[in-house]
Design a protein around this ligand. Sequence first.
Ligand SMILES: Cc1cc2nc3c(=O)[nH]c(=O)nc-3n(C[C@H](O)[C@H](O)[C@H](O)COP(=O)(O)O)c2cc1C
Length: 159
Amino acid sequence: MKALIIYISVHHGNTEKVAKVMANTLDATLLQVKQANASMLEQYDLIGFGSGIYFGKHHESLLDFVDKLPVLRNKKAFIFSTSGLRRIRLVHNFDKPLKEKLQRKGFDIIGEFSCRGLDTYRATKLVGGINKGRPNAKDLKQAEDFARSLKNSGDSYLN
Ligand SMILES: Cc1cc2nc3c(=O)[nH]c(=O)nc-3n(C[C@H](O)[C@H](O)[C@H](O)COP(=O)(O)O)c2cc1C
């Protein structure tokens, strides 16, 4: 199984912390979205896509990257993010735009991970931000467990 992680982390480097733990666990190549191009994906079986959440969805540059991909076959993907607020599946499902784009490009989504990240946007700045210290050790341990579960999912691509 060859894994690649493509991410962008612009606000406080929150998502980068998660991406690094996942890359270590999966022995994956780790690239910022600006370093990645569509032709690289061909070599990988599993590709992770992650960023902070901006206005209810993943970062625009990650969404644009996926928009420009051709339709691919036999690719597994997972999605991850850090965010100021918790995801509420039916009300505030910020994974949905990225997930739908990836599915339209032929990816089989095998997992989604999200945890809180320090957020100093707008009014939260007045109190020094929300989710101070996050992602914390517990979040990163959960990210590691999540990545391990992808590895151990029993799928032939992941052995
Ligand atoms: C301009 C801006 C918009 C944001 N919009 C949201 C949002 O809609 N929902 C949310 O939960 N968090 C939102 N956040 C908080 C970020 O998702 C959070 O801080 C995240 O951990 C940033 O990740 P990064 O440091 O990897 O970029 C926003 C932050 C900024 C700066």
